[in-house]
Design a protein around this ligand. Structure first.
Ligand SMILES: Nc1ncnc2c1ncn2[C@@H]1O[C@H](COP(=O)(O)OP(=O)(O)OP(=O)(O)O)[C@@H](O)[C@H]1O
Ligand SMILES: [Zn+2]
Length: 667
């Protein structure tokens, strides 16, 4: 008996002949061909699924090969979906794998495309939380069951999601990632991550990114009550970047741009901060760094306290030859390798102050040459771009030294700045097996057997299961009533759709596309416009929101006319029967039982840290959920109407009204 035949017989015995026969005809969409995706593809092929569509936007990177076992070195830079499909097809002679090298968010993967599948399995990475939410919404709209999954180091989770039966991915708001106050990052860092965030998210942008105006960020910080004097200093500091930016971009500069850049951020700016003596009354002041003294190894950092112990080794012992015996120790700079003679991998060795400065200079020179070459206007941090990683490593370490903070190796900086938790192949393998088990329950419609499964780092209880929770009545995604309109967006107007869908129903409604208000009861300017002119085209959704808030939102997926539709025919095909919104349930007093989905997120190693520029957006299309107490999200006519009613709407916390008596607080 051939291996394949033997495997088929085993699968038949386990699954039963009925389900086994059905599997070969089951159409499954697998989104992602990375760490989980490779394992999962192997599993679904070997289980006997016959019609698999595999979609991934990425190409294979050398760093994927340690765990994404369907790829070999020769495949690097090839499409993940194509190579994975090619490698896994021979595992089962009867399988048909359709690989797609594309982004799941592209408009051609619309509701009709999703409706072509019996089941969707997500194997997306954690940075792709946007893509997860997108697939969740598409599956809710298309009424296709979805199995969602995620891993982070040794942790993992599998969650089956079925519209109207279980929670959806958006039912529970995600925990807000940790951010840092602007002033901590910009003038009073106290941990290595503060210096890494500063060099990755601020300095990198100031030197090599778009010429961004920092005013808004500082205005916001001021509103949040951060120190006004400090903010004023930071404003001056931000202004001074233009000369350095110009030097970096000057094709004729002779390497002096790096020194100029250094002088500004590690000397002048620190001196400016020091002039604010109040700031340093209760904390150690930073030390301005001196380019020449560092280069000729005479530089000394004065510290009032001993630097922290790290793994039993004083960081000063690693970086200096000086004494660190408590009060006011001086830190002369070591000229030898920071590893005290131990052999370490290049990236895992702490650099001396001089080496950090040399790395700063060489990385600024490399990045500057790229910009001066004229092929690129801006360069962003990318953990796999050596020059940017060198720059962030050197700049954050120099800042750490100035502030008496422990330095990090290039390897550690890569993990922290790239927000990386090492991927564990075994976790991916276990999670992929669990995905298939949940998928089989879905196909059997054994809904009572569905479970949220958590893989945890507890040797005695490695797996825990939770019975599925009901949908959250307040969810802005899965509580909507979904429908589909096929139309020619160049000929169909907003009114055609809204009036067509509502039919005889004459209640007052507002219309949204995502967060955009397109119409409301007092503002109908857009009704006669075509969908195309409103950028409401294939793949997008229109939401009809009940003004009284009694009925569920009708969300309409926009699809193209069928190819058989006569060109002289109507510009749209409405659903038959028309969708019936349901009565809205009252939101529960208690939160749903499922714990926050933290394990799905690859947290930064340093205590769940997410860098400032990666804060995800709020849950669902917010406009529908806003109350009037959040005036900036009220629709134009609401705002007009309120103003006509004598109610003044404040745009921000610092806005003032002329006559306090005019103010009515809206709850
Ligand atoms: N919008 C999207 N459309 C299609 N595929 C996506 C989308 N977002 C993410 N992916 C894919 O999901 C997969 C997730 O796999 P994984 O978490 O192992 O990431 P990776 O990029 O291979 O590894 P790492 O992030 O550790 O370098 C990746 O192959 C990625 O290309
Ligand atoms: Zn939901």
């Amino acid at each position: 008996m051939s291996t394949a035949l033997g495997r088929t017989n085993h699968a038949k015995a386990i699954l039963g002949p009925e389900l086994h026969a059905r599997l070969s005809e089951t159409k499954v969409l697998l989104v992602g061909a990375g760490g989980i995706g490779c394992e999962l593809l192997k599993n679904v092929v070997l289980t006997g699924f016959g019609k698999i569509t595999l979609l991934d936007l990425d190409t294979i990177d050398l760093s994927n090969l340690n765990r994404q076992f369907l790829f070999r070195k020769k495949d690097v830079k090839q499409s993940k979906a194509l190579v994975a499909a090619h490698t896994a097809s021979p595992f089962n002679p009867n399988v048909q794998i359709t690989p797609i090298h594309g982004n799941i968010k592209e408009p051609q993967y619309d509701i009709e495309w999703f409706q072509g599948f019996d089941l969707v399995l997500n194997a997306l990475d954690n940075l792709g939380s946007d893509a997860r939410r997108h697939v969740n919404k598409m599956c809710m709209a298309a009424q296709v069951p979805l199995v969602e999954s995620g891993t982070a180091g040794y942790l993992g989770q599998v969650q089956p999601l079925v519209k109207d039966l279980t929670e959806c991915f958006d039912c529970i708001p995600k925990p807000t990632p940790k951010t840092f106050p602007v002033c901590t990052i910009r003038s009073t860092p106290s941990q290595p991550i503060h210096c890494i965030v500063w060099s990755k998210s601020y300095l990198m942008g100031q030197f090599f990114g778009q010429d961004e105006d920092a005013t808004e960020e500082l205005d916001e910080a001021e509103k949040q009550g951060e120190n006004a004097e400090e903010i004023a200093t930071l404003r001056r500091e931000a202004k001074g970047f233009s000369e350095v930016r110009a030097a970096i971009r000057d094709p004729n500069q002779d390497g002096s741009a790096a020194r100029q850049a250094f002088q500004k951020v590690f000397n002048n700016d620190i001196r400016n901060l020091l002039s604010m003596s109040d700031m340093w009354r209760h904390r150690d002041p930073p030390t301005p760094l001196d380019f020449d003294a560092i280069m000729n190894e005479t530089f000394v950092v004065a510290r009032s306290t001993a630097p922290p112990q790290v793994n039993g080794v004083s960081s000063a012992a690693v970086t200096t030859n000086g004494k660190t015996n408590g009060q006011h120790s001086a830190r002369p700079v070591a000229s030898t390798s920071a590893t005290n003679g131990r052999v370490a991998l290049k990236d895992q060795r702490k650099l001396t102050l001089k080496e950090n400065l040399e790395l700063f200079v060489s990385s600024v020179n490399s990045l500057s040459a790229r910009l001066a070459g004229g092929n690129v206007d801006t360069i962003e941090f990318d953990k796999d771009d050596d020059d940017t990683l060198d720059f962030v490593t050197a700049a954050s370490n120099l800042r750490s030294i100035a502030y008496g903070i422990e330095e990090k190796t290039r390897w550690e900086v890569k993990e922290m700045a790239g927000n990386i938790i090492p991927a564990i192949a075994t976790t991916n393998a276990i999670i992929s097996g669990l995905i298939v088990l949940q998928a089989l329950h879905l196909l059997r419609k054994s809904y009572d057997k569905l479970r949220n499964v958590h893989l945890q780092f507890k040797p005695t209880v490695p797996l825990s299961t939770i019975t599925l929770s009901k949908p959250n009545p307040a969810c802005g995604i899965c509580r909507d009533t979904y429908t589909k309109v096929q139309c020619d967006a160049t000929r169909t107007t907003l009114a055609d759709i809204v009036k067509g869908i509502l039919g005889d129903d004459e209640r007052e409604v507002s219309v949204y596309e995502d967060k955009r208000v397109l119409a409301d009861p007092d503002w109908d300017d857009n009704y006669e416009r075509t969908l195309e002119s409103l950028s409401v085209t294939r793949g997008k959704f229109l939401s009809i929101v009940d003004e009284d808030g009694d009925l569920s939102t009708i969300t309409i997926a926009i699809a193209d006319l069928p190819s058989t539709h006569p060109s002289s025919g109507s510009s749209l095909v409405l659903p038959d029967p028309l969708p019936k919104p349901t009565k809205k349930e009252k939101p529960p007093v208690v939160a749903p039982s499922t714990p926050p989905r933290t394990s799905l997120k690859r947290a930064a190693p340093d205590d769940d840290v997410v860098l400032l520029d990666e804060v995800p957006s709020a849950n669902g299309p917010p406009a529908k959920k806003q109350k009037l107490s959040q005036p900036e999200l009220a629709s134009p006519s609401k705002k007009r109407q309120l103003e006509e009613d004598g109610i003044v709407m404040l745009e921000g916390a610092n806005d003032k009204v002329d006559d306090e008596d005019d103010v009515i607080i809206i709850d």
